[in-house]
Design a protein around this ligand. Sequence first.
Ligand code: HPA
Ligand code: ZN
Length: 344
Amino acid sequence: MISESRAGSDMQAFIHALPKVELHLHIEGALEPELMFRLARRNGLDLPYESIEQARAAYDFQDLQSFLDLYYQGARVLVQEQDFHDLAWAYLERCAAQNVIHTEIFFDPQAHTGRGVDLDVVLSGITRALAEGERRLGISSALILCFLRHLPPQEAMETFEQALDFRKYFIGVGLDSAEQGNPPAGFRDVFARARSEGMRLVAHAGEEGPAAYIWSALRDLRVERIDHGVRCTEDPELVAHLRDARIPLTVCPLSNVRLKVFDAMSGHNLPRLMEAGLVVTINSDDPAYFGGYIEENYHAVQQAFDLGRDELAQLARNAAEAAFVSSNRRRYLLERINEVVDSR
Ligand code: HPA
Ligand code: ZN
């Protein structure tokens, strides 16, 4: 008989070995306190923390807004092209260590241009790291430009028009920041404009906001995936639609618990989402702030819900299905997943 801890460590090893695809990761949220301090020193900037430990201790959030306040403050240490490169490279090294084989990365241009940092600097630094990641680590990647929904839609439109000078560097647009009171519909025009330029479309919805915001993201913005989306279970018709249309949800379990969307992991509705037949994926959101990268997220839900190999493999396959990649690359991602699943 296998002891429980043995079974647990076997599952951990399986999760580690499973080739993973990440679809919901804010690059500014991958800024670990160690790098934040190094960049602050390099750029001659003060931080509101005395030490790395004090920074980590401050990451005790009540809700999305209390997190966003520290997230935007942390991003202020990102000034030079090299800073953005080093941030993205550090994340890719984590990806390599956790067997992430494809990642789609959000960035928030307005968090930087609003402080006088050019879009060119942001994108050059990140894309230089991503090219190295493809070459040296074999990790494929893409960038998704997110609009900050707490700022006026007109500013999102201006940001998009400026970003078109760099359009080869990103594949789509998204919508993030404070959800409550900032419904998707306000951003209809800029999403329509992005769509006319051939952009892939996603939006955060149903994280703190109601199920109606998920409907609005689908109908008003015409998004192809919903980021978070966990509050869809408040509307059975919506759940049926997400299932029938195979609209993927990029769920971020540790984030949801740290931002108190759920009181504890045991109360997360991931099992309900999976049982409903939704295309659910597991992601890390802002790993430096929420206590874990993708592997820790898989591990947390495996433990909380005693998920088996088939369920974990399904979550990884769902992400390969939901990725914005060519059919060749998708076949390769699925083959890599199946190879490991079949060998264990
Ligand atoms: N929600 C909304 N905006 C964000 C998040 C999030 O989880 N992370 C970074 N910006
Ligand atoms: Zn997010």
